[in-house]
Design a protein. Sequence first.
Length: 387
Amino acid sequence: MQNFEYRTPTRIIFGQGVIEKLPGVMAQFGKKILLTYGGGSIKKIGLYQRVLELLDGFEIVELSGIQPNPKYNPSVLDGVRLCKEHKVDVILAVGGGSVLDCSKAIAAGACYDGDPWDLITYKVKAKAALSLVDILTLAATGSEYDPGGVISRTETNDKIGYMDPLLYPAVSFLDPTYTFSVSRKQTCAGIADAINHILEQYFCEDSTLMNDGFCEAGIKSLMINGKACLENPTDYKARAEMMFVCTLACNDIMSLGNSSSGWPMHGIEHALSGYYDITHGEGLAIITPRWMKHILSERTLPRFVKYGVNVFGIDASLPPMEIAEKAIEKTYRFFEGIGIPMHLREVGIDDSRLDEMAHHVAVNEGLEKAYVPLTEKDIKEILTASL
Ligand code: NZQ
Ligand code: ZN
């Protein structure tokens, strides 16, 4: 078991109707709020209007139009400018992971005099950040309970994930009913993203029995409840459990004491959405079984056997390699079965930029230190197998 330190300062307020606590919560942070949101889904579900009613008496500045794979320019830069111009006290992010991630970058950028890109690229360490409160509307990323944000810069094809303890939300409101309206495509992407977050922690060199059980239960819950959400989008119990598991899946709690895997599938996926602006969870679903096949060896075999037996109930008396291959096949079939496109070509990616992307990943993602080290050649092979 590895040494670790752990502290999650985020206050989670979970359940139907919890938004009524919003005014009291916001009052702790001040009067001037930057309200951030995306392309309008929060207006369609009535949440925007309810937030404004509840925050009557506060001074609100708005930043709307934050896109999926949130962009440094204009969203982060506009948000930072608004915070500085209006001397904002606190940010309220209402939306999915993209709105939350963008708001985290704004929160840090607002307290920094230079170019906020310095912080995202770790050129400069942030000394402070504005407090961030969020109301989550899409279960997937875990941004509501982690210190990370992922920001894209279109002109350089960069999609950079960065972490800083200052970026933990102060308070996250998690009301599963807000996720009832999430489309089938985005629900599937959320299921795939969260399953992959757990796999990134499960496939590592050194783990504990407890962590393995936590991860296996998390994956099973996402598969079962995810399917239930797709069958009946307003199934509260299923949406609630999916939201809760997604929240836990990305803040390290499932792998405390494990060695780090280096998150190789995310490293590769960042290039897919950095270059082609595809949906993150779909990119991960495509990469996952190809990465698994690529790293399957005598060394990694016991992990695959454990995964196959405990998650999919594969007969433990079968030859280990057969169990592993079946487990990879079942992973693929699960994603395919819920309707995720399972080839890069289906999401608009052909072979014309695979070399460039493999190089970008090899240079920027540090995967030579992953659980199974990946060279540029390995990355290219995984991408090619994903076509
Ligand atoms: O923009 P609006 O109109 O709000 O529509 C969004 C968007 O089009 C829509 N949506 C959100 N809530 C909805 C809804 N539609 C109907 N009803 C609702 N209740 O869904 C679309 C996708 O939203 P987005 O926020 O992009 O999705 P997600 O939450 O999956 O976030 C993806 C981003 O998070 C990053 C990804 O890379 C990607 O950029 N990640 C962040 C992580 C983190 N902070 O820890 C970890 C992840 O690995 C991930 O990389
Ligand atoms: Zn992810």
